[in-house]
Ligand binder design. Structure first.
Ligand code: PEP
Length: 255
């Protein structure tokens, strides 16, 4: 299997943006622009927009995801949302381990793994984020960091469950900064992540895995990144809030 046979997926990460009316308007704008996409199209939205988004995407090719979930099924976790709650609503995807969660909310490799397990147990598809800090890249430990994050996050995940996981390589220094990794840097680390997965699950499973790049991907630079062998799509922050820009990235991933 090679890139041509893997599913490219473009996922928007809206972060903490959009009220419900704004969310509905953005989705209505997006639907006709991406209706002919030859790749997966996902929008990951704030919890408060999930119901609005699920209603708005009905009959379209757009799938809906959440931006996080808790590892417990229920209980005394004020302010948290479980994977089961998301699945019951009809949500299909969840982003886990985003660097903003790691940076601002105490997310660790271990809690990322717990959340991945909970999401899979609830039947969700996971967009698992890994990536190095700027100082780690400068120290030359990008490979070690991304390999470690990937291995710990996938602890206890079976080969069958791996088919419900997308890994997003997101160098932290490129997220929301306008500094994109070069296409070569993205391809190199995405390839490394694939080789880590190959060691854990075998070459066939690794070749079938969708590995996205995320970090200031936009309408201008998407094509060059997406043309690379190991870049099977993108996790898009800022540019996913503009229907036109997001749809250009979707077109770049369609083949
Ligand atoms: C992200 O939030 O995952 C992301 C990649 O953001 P941006 O595209 O804005 O860098």
């Amino acid at each position: 299997m090679n890139k041509q046979k893997r599913q490219a997926v473009i996922a928007g990460n809206w972060k903490m943006n959009k009220t419900r009316p704004e969310a509905k308007a953005l989705i209505e704008q997006l639907k006709p622009l991406v209706k002919d996409a030859d790749c997966g199209v996902v929008i990951c939205v704030p919890y408060t927009n999930l119901e609005t988004a699920l209603e708005a995407v009905k009959g379209s090719n757009i799938k809906v995801g959440a931006e996080n979930c808790h590892w417990a099924k229920s209980g005394a976790f004020t302010g948290e949302i479980s994977a089961e709650m998301l699945a019951e609503m009809g949500v299909e995807y969840v982003v886990i381990g985003h660097s903003e969660r790691r940076q601002y909310f105490g997310e660790t490799d271990q809690t990322v793994n717990q959340r991945v397990r909970a999401a899979l147990d609830a039947g969700l598809r996971v967009i698992l984020c890994v990536g190095e800090l700027l100082e780690q890249r400068e120290q030359g430990i990008t490979e070690e960091i991304c390999a470690m994050q990937t291995k710990i996050a996938l602890g206890g995940v079976t080969k069958e469950e791996l088919s419900r996981i997308i890994i997003a390589y997101e160098p932290v220094w490129a997220i929301g900064t306008g500094k994109t990794a070069t296409a070569e840097q993205a391809d190199e680390v995405n390839g490394l992540i694939r080789s880590v997965v190959a060691k854990l699950y075998g070459e066939e499973a690794a070749q079938a895995l969708t590995v996205q790049y995320g970090g200031s991907m936009n309408a201008k630079n998407a094509q060059e990144l997406l043309d690379k062998e190991h870049v099977d799509g993108g996790l898009i922050g800022g540019a996913s809030l503009k229907a036109e820009d997001f749809s250009i990235i979707v077109k770049a991933a369609s083949r």
